[in-house]
Design a protein around this ligand. Structure first.
Ligand code: ADP
Ligand code: ZN
Ligand code: ZN
Length: 742
């Protein structure tokens, strides 16, 4: 071998391993090296193992003789093609996550294990001549599944999802397929879509005209209260894309919201809608993915991970409830589906619509800077009136099991009228804070709290007996009594939905009680199964978490009781006020009907808290304007970019050693003049929840007013993190744009 010979070409393969780089391989003997490999899966040797990876590049190497060979090419044409591969490569860079793991997250699990494509489930069925004759000769017994199918299919082809509605129907379909009575066919495209919806109001028509004006990429926020007709707008936009031969992707935050919306989309659009969520079997998921990639499915509805679906003829992306934190993946590859969808929409040159009654502050900042358009739907389409809201002060009150006597009385009266009430308690997501039951005082950070609305509570580290500010790092010992009134009644507040359910069952033994939270409502149909029976009416109490604030129809609610708001108001996490405002507006939006206004009761120790007053008096918009100003003054997102390094291990010493080494690695790149690259570091600190499931947890926060500066430092730091010897003793992760620091 001569060293002066021309460089030869190798395939660069991304493998699902936690390493910040890919691996070069030589092509199999006799195969050509060309760009046709890019985006195809290959089986390769790695150490003693075999793995499936994706070719991401063709690049020159000094010597292919030294490389191992690709064992097999699994795709003739790219499975991760053009735009999708480019967007994912961007995401790996942006989130500083290994590309191989990013691609493995995007690809349905099926394709990471199997070579063959899944058997496609037919999109639609139609009766054959044989079938028509046979059914005419011997009609099925009225009322059975076969009779229902016959009725549905006599009018013509029907999408699979419209007829395969029960186990009996599915059995009958299989039988008829075997007998040749029905055949698979292309899904019918209805031509009467527009005529089947309500007459649009002026605001809806405006919004649609605006979104459809112009061509190419643009972002439009559709800002309208619950019931203002946002979904109706999505439907018209999707119908227009269908008519133009283009595909639409709709993302929703919660798996429980898919059945309701699926029904509405399919019945209105008249085409099959592909559904993608974590509750699907691997084969079904891969099938939908592939059908979307090949253009057979024109509409895809899904939760967070559906943002990875390939689209052959993309036309539109819709993110419903865009403010929802479920769009952020909280382990592994920690992407934000809304942000990734924006990048994809831009790469595909298509419009993206962000719908919400309570847009995220990030989103509103982008509106203010003119990057996004905004269209409002100011009124409820159905005519329901806004509820009356009352704040009930808990300070010094008797509080057996967390409910005031006035609250009990209101619940009792609601049930007596034969109506339904919601008792709302969001116990997740807030770090423990201390609170005085007699006056509502709480320990706040003297360095970070500049105004009353901005009081940043210190997090209570119970075991250590310390208070800590997770914004600036300040630490002090936990107080034993209230600094304002001297009371000894300091406690961490709150208890969860399960205990609340018990309390209510004791207080209202006759009442029907439904609890809806992540434990009781599992899977795609879980929430519907719990809530649909309530639509029939009759007195009932509904107990639940934020899951209930997410757009499921609850037409019979006339009272909502909101508990556990103190931790949110006290704002240990700077995003807590935003989340609280969104929840309060969303919960209030579910109460009340056209014939009578509803009632909302809020129990709190912070009855005069400026934040609460502002949301109640000025609404979400006024809140958002003020809150954005506070964030700007405090240099917090969206006016600063953050990244959070988390680490956990069985022993505090191991975590401490690792984080010390990580910080040393960070400081090694510190520019001589730090004002030239102002990336601030907070930590190492214990995490707000310093122990979880037997692990000790710590973190380091990076913050910079300019995203480019932060990313420039991450670019240097992350390879060093991967190389740290102590990294092997801890579980660590880097979270770019973290949405909580719990
Ligand atoms: P959102 O998605 O904002 O909650 P929806 O689109 O679901 O609102 O509309 C709420 C209800 O009002 C639905 O029952 C819908 O059919 C109805 N609706 C929407 N737009 C109109 C309209 N222009 N005229 C009459 N009813 C409408
Ligand atoms: Zn006090
Ligand atoms: Zn502080």
């Amino acid at each position: 071998m001569t060293s002066s010979g021309p460089a030869s070409l190798a395939l660069h393969v991304a493998l699902p391993v936690p390493l910040p780089h890919g691996f070069d391989y030589a092509v199999p003997t006799g195969a050509a090296v060309d760009s046709g490999w890019i985006g195809c899966r290959v089986r390769v040797p790695l150490g003693p193992r075999q793995m499936i990876g994706v070719v991401v590049d063709v690049r020159p190497v000094p010597d292919t003789q030294a490389l191992r060979r690709i064992e097999a090419r699994l795709d003739a044409t790219p499975i991760l093609g053009g735009e999708l591969l480019r967007s994912l490569t961007w995401a790996a860079q942006y989130y500083q996550h290994p590309l191989g793991e990013v691609l493995a997250t995007a690809l349905p699990a099926w394709f990471r294990r199997r070579r063959q494509a899944p058997r496609r489930t037919p999109t639609a069925f139609e009766l054959t001549t044989v079938g028509r004759a046979a059914l005419a000769a011997r009609p099925p017994r009225a009322g059975c599944a076969a009779a229902g199918l016959q009725l549905a299919l006599t009018e013509g082809a029907r999408p699979r999802s419209a007829v395969a509605t029960s186990p009996a129907a599915i059995r009958t379909l299989r039988l008829w397929l075997r007998q040749g009575w029905i055949a698979e066919c292309e899904a019918p495209v209805a031509d009467t879509v527009a005529s089947r919806g309500p007459e649009l109001n002026a605001a809806q028509r405006n919004a649609i005209d605006h979104i459809q004006s112009g061509a190419g990429f643009r972002t439009v926020v559709l800002d309208g209260v619950t019931g203002s007709g946002k979904t109706e707008v999505y439907l018209r936009l999707i119908a227009a894309e269908l008519a133009a031969g283009r595909q639409s992707l709709v993302l929703v935050p919660e798996i429980g919201l898919t059945p309701q919306l699926l029904e509405r989309l399919e019945s209105r659009l008249g085409v099959p809608v592909g559904v993608l969520h974590s509750g699907l079997a691997a084969g079904a998921r891969a099938g939908v993915w592939q059908d979307a990639a090949q253009g057979r499915l024109r509409v895809v509805l899904g939760t967070r991970s559906a943002v990875f679906v390939p689209l052959r003829d993309p036309g539109l992306i819709v993110i419903d409830e865009e403010h929802d934190s479920s769009f952020k993946q909280q382990d592994g590859f920690r992407y934000h589906a809304r942000d990734l969808a924006l990048v994809r929409a831009q790469a595909m040159g298509i419009p993206i619509v962000l719908g919400s009654a309570t847009p995220a502050l990030e989103t509103l900042a982008n509106v203010a800077q003119g990057r996004y358009g905004r269209m409002r739907l100011p009124e409820r389409a159905g005519g329901a009136r806004p509820p009356a809201v009352q704040v009930l002060d808990l300070c010094g009150q008797a509080l057996p099991d967390g409910l005031l006597e006035r609250t009990r009385a209101a619940l009792r009266a609601c049930l007596a009228r034969g109506e339904q009430a919601l008792v709302f308690r969001n116990q997740r997501g807030y770090a423990p804070v201390l609170l005085c039951h007699d006056c509502g005082w709480f320990p706040a950070c003297p360095r970070c709290s500049t105004r009353a609305t901005d009081a940043r509570a210190l997090t209570w580290h119970r075991v250590a007996g310390r208070m800590r500010c997770h914004h600036c790092g300040l630490g002090q010992s936990a107080p034993t009594n209230c600094a304002q009134c001297g009371s000894l009644a300091l406690a961490a507040t709150g208890f969860g939905t399960q205990r609340l359910e018990q309390t209510l069952a004791q207080a209202f033994p006759e009442a029907r009680i439904v609890r809806a939270d992540a434990d009781s409502a599992r899977g795609p149909g879980g929430l519907s199964a719990l809530l649909d029976p309530l639509a029939e009416g009759g007195p009932a109490l509904l107990v639940g978490t934020q899951m209930l604030a997410k757009g499921h129809d609850l037409p019979r609610l006339t009272l909502a009781v909101v508990l556990g708001v103190d931790a949110a108001l006290m704002a240990a996490d700077f995003r807590a006020p935003e989340r609280f405002a969104q929840l309060l507006v969303q919960v209030s939006g579910r109460v009340g009907r056209s014939d009578r206004a509803g009632q909302v009761l809020i129990q709190t120790h912070q009855a005069r808290h400026p934040l609460l007053r502002q949301i109640l008096d000025g609404g979400y918009e006024a809140f958002a304007t003020t809150e954005l100003e506070l964030r700007r003054a405090a240099n917090l997102p969206p006016f600063a970019a953050q990244a959070l390094l988390r680490a956990e291990a069985r022993s505090a010493e191991v975590v401490g050693n690792y984080l010390d080494a990580a910080v040393a690695a960070f400081d090694a790149d510190q520019p001589a003049d730090p004002t030239r690259n102002p990336v601030a570091r907070v930590g190492p600190l214990p995490a707000p929840q310093p122990r979880r499931a037997g692990y000790v947890r710590g973190q380091v926060l990076l913050e910079s007013p300019r995203r480019a500066d932060l990313h420039a430092r991450l670019q240097l730091w992350v390879p060093r993190l991967h190389a740290l010897p102590s990294a092997r003793q801890v579980r660590w992760s880097l979270d770019v744009d973290p949405i909580d620091s719990i």
